[in-house]
Design a protein around this ligand. Structure first.
Ligand code: ATP
Ligand code: MG
Length: 351
């Protein structure tokens, strides 16, 4: 069989640029080299696309740009190629498939998926709609409400309303009790999220969140355990067992997620069978409802008092580092990282 060419996109303009570089290395290490030629294409924080020439093991956030050339994926569907700009001219490489190992803004929200649709090149993971709906917390809420799956009670706030922030606060206080979570609808990785315990903190939280997005979501606080479930496949996806997050901070914010060694994840924690089944069913239903493809990780709470399952969010390009929940949940099911990456690529060819 002829080897196929795979472009792995990494980095990107989002706040999760660094995590993406680590995810991409894990993914590339696990791509079957007998089947695929790998072309690692990084996107700088400024949005410059470049092909990395070094060894995959040597790829680091700070050094990769130093060993790279400008390179772009042509949007021309008759091209289906990567155009590399070398000092002595242009080289075109046929592209069979793309693995967007990107997280957050422009990587997980349908933007890059739109480019790849235009280019007519198959790619791993969700399409434009599933990506953008899942990235936008408010839209996800609307879709999941229709499924009758429980979520935290929420109040949407639009930028225009912020002209009268006192009225916004009054509106929230009429519907929710403190503490509340204040979130930008579309930001990614906990940026701009705060927990407000009183009116003063709510004012501050609103002012901060609106810097990140023009649409906000204020939520009741769910007291309970935090668990995540991996989804893999296209129309009849498989679901994993759950992994639990034990956050070192008051909530699982950016710092506790990536910088705080006190935070822990437990694969296959003790959870009642019926609860586990409910979570897996909900994860599959939500994946279908947003029209998911390939992979996603659905996050839930198990409410302490009631034991009820409460949906939090769905991530269409979950972290793929060696300590990320998504690959660990499949390892728990007996699937190696190599096998997982291979399946993801196969699913992309067969969307
Ligand atoms: N309604 C809520 N009740 C209790 N805790 C919450 C609630 N919403 C969020 N949290 C806490 O805040 C953390 C971050 O919130 P959330 O997962 O919604 O956003 P995010 O982390 O930005 O998204 P992503 O996981 O895509 O990076 C959660 O992991 C959880 O610890
Ligand atoms: Mg989250």
């Amino acid at each position: 069989m002829n080897k196929r060419n795979i472009v792995v996109l990494f980095g990107g303009q989002s706040s999760e640029h660094e995590i993406s570089c680590i995810s991409a290395v894990t993914i590339m290490k696990n791509i079957n080299k007998d089947k695929y030629n790998i072309y690692p294409v990084g996107i700088t924080k400024e949005g410059n696309w470049r092909i990395y020439h070094g060894k995959i093991e040597d790829l680091t956030v700070d050094s990769w740009v130093g060993n790279s050339d400008n390179a772009i994926i042509s949007p021309d569907a008759t091209d289906k190629s990567l155009i590399i700009f070398k000092e002595d001219g242009i080289v075109k490489v046929d592209v069979d498939i793309v693995f967007p190992a990107l997280h957050g803004l422009y990587g997980e929200d349908g933007s890059v998926q739109g480019l790849l649709e235009l280019a007519g090149i198959p790619y791993v993971g969700c399409g434009i709609l599933a990506s953008s709906v899942s990235m936008d917390k408010l839209f996800t809420k609307v879709i999941v409400d229709r499924l009758g799956i429980r979520q935290a009670k929420y109040v949407p706030v639009y930028k225009k309303e912020m002209d009268d922030i006192k009225e916004v606060v009054a509106k929230i206080e009429r519907q929710l009790e403190y503490p509340v979570f204040v979130k930008p609808s579309n930001a990614g990785s906990s940026k701009g999220i705060t927990k407000a315990h009183n009116r003063g903190e709510l004012f501050d939280g609103l002012e901060l969140a609106i810097k990140h997005d023009s649409k906000l979501l204020i939520e009741e606080t769910i007291v309970g355990r935090e668990v995540e479930c991996a989804v893999l496949g296209n129309y009849h996806p498989r679901t994993s067992n759950v992994g639990e997050i034990i956050s070192a901070a008051e909530f699982y914010d950016y710092d506790s997620k990536y910088n705080d060694i006190g935070s822990k994840t437990i694969i296959n924690p003790d959870v009642p069978k019926i609860t586990l089944k409910k979570i897996r069913d909900c994860a599959e239903q939500i994946f279908r409802a947003v029209d998911g493809r390939g992979l996603a990780r659905a996050d839930f709470f198990i409410e302490e008092e009631s034991g009820e399952v409460v949906f939090n969010e769905i991530n269409t390009l979950p972290g793929f580092t060696s300590i990320s929940m998504y690959p660990m949940l499949w390892e728990d099911k007996g699937m190696s990282n190599e096998e997982l990456v291979d399946r993801l690529i196969e699913f992309a060819f067969n969307k």
